[in-house]
Design a protein around this ligand. Structure first.
Ligand code: GLY
Length: 370
């Protein structure tokens, strides 16, 4: 197995993201050096448990590591107070101590919830992320953002708590439904768009092969993680540059709210549509040429992804209501909408002063296309 190792340089809280096919089978050997006693508590969801928990248990047992596990219901609905409380109490019942390690084994919901549980359990225990979706491998498992949703909104309660290790098994991605894989690709393409034009060029050629070509897939995960690690090392708590990772997300969060955070629009699909809108807005503001949004849209179309508001099934609120939903975003600072805009592909920047009438006009036109 050829494994890539991407360091996340955060001083005493530095860690590695290890990426490669078959890492799940090596999980015991990878985790063992972190352990003071040979036992871990694993939290997963029922879908991941059905597919992969036996493999993880065997990999841990091969190193003499005992495992207890909790499988939560799959889906975004799990990421709230009730399952969070259940998880924390289960970890206490397992007698997890300050020096023990908790394992988050699943997609973004599990990573965020379990990371937050680890952050508050006994005032903080170490945790290992074993992300099982493309989205969680390239984004949510790296960088230490943890948390849950509340009735007031998504990810409004949480903590920065960095994992001690991330193990991204790129083979596991082969069992993902095609739609979930493509949704995760929305975050991959985001990295090219925000900061690496050459990576976007590469994705234009190779993106369609990622689902079946293991070598290309591993490269795409590695390059995405390298970019995220570099940004997180510069700005761990999002005082500045980390906001670049939110390219497309202001539009996305409004669309997710409007569609009820469900099956109508997956997060990564919303990110892709949001990226297309962010480039269109940048062009309308005279920041980049028409070529940039045209290329973004053409690539997303070539991948078979959602690109336009017309691709979202069912009704949407009007442009003014969508704009109002953006106003509730976490990225509002002093009441001003912060957008990530771009001077071209691979050249994104944080803009604090975007005129809301321009955003309204863009959304109005986008709604007219429906
Ligand atoms: N997903 C955005 C971030 O980690 O900052």
């Amino acid at each position: 197995m050829v494994m890539d190792v991407v360091p996340v340089a955060l001083g005493a809280r530095s860690y590695e993201v290890r990426i490669g096919p078959g890492l799940l089978q090596r999980a015991g050997a990878e985790i063992a050096p972190l352990l003071r006693r040979k036992r871990v508590a694993v939290v997963t969801d029922e879908t991941v448990a059905a597919h992969h928990l036996a493999a993880l248990e065997a990999a841990l047992a091969a190193e003499g590591i005992a495992m207890t596990s909790l499988a939560l219901p799959p889906g975004e609905g799990t990421k709230g107070w009730p399952e969070f409380a259940r998880t924390v109490e289960w970890l206490l019942d397992q007698k997890v101590e300050r020096r023990d390690v908790v394992v988050a084994f699943g997609g973004g919901v599990i990573g965020d919830l379990v990371g937050f549980a680890a952050a508050v359990l006994r005032r903080g225990v170490r945790f290992v992320q074993i992300p099982t979706t493309l989205l969680s491998q390239v984004d949510s498992s790296v960088g230490g953002k943890t948390g849950i949703n509340t009735p007031q909104g998504k990810n409004l309660v949480g903590a920065f708590h960095q994992p001690a290790l991330v193990l991204a098994d790129t083979l596991v991605l082969e069992s993902l439904p095609a739609r979930d894989f493509l949704a995760g690709y929305g975050e991959v393409v985001k990295y090219g768009l925000l900061g690496d034009a050459a990576f976007f060029d590469w994705l234009e050629v190779n993106g369609p092969d990622l689902a079946r070509d293991a070598v290309k897939r591993q490269y795409a995960v590695r390059r995405s993680v390298e970019m995220k690690a570099e940004i997180v090392a510069r700005d761990e708590t999002e005082e500045g540059d980390r906001a670049l990772l939110n390219l497309g997300h202001t539009f996305c969060h409004a669309l997710e709210k409007a569609t009820g955070f469900g099956d109508r629009l997956l997060h990564g699909e919303g990110v892709a549509i949001g990226c297309a809108l962010a480039f269109e807005l940048s062009q309308r503001l005279g920041l980049c040429s028409q070529e940039a949004p045209s290329r973004v849209r053409a690539h997303l179309r070539a991948m078979g992804m959602k690109v336009d508001l017309a691709d979202i099934p069912g009704d949407l609120p009007d442009a003014a209501a969508l704009l109002a939903l953006m106003g509730q975003d976490k990225k509002v600072v002093d009441g001003q909408l912060r957008f990530i805009l771009a001077r071209g592909i691979g050249a994104a920047f944080v803009a604090a002063d975007v005129p809301s009438d321009k955003v309204l006009a863009l959304l109005d036109d986008a709604m007219r296309g429906r």
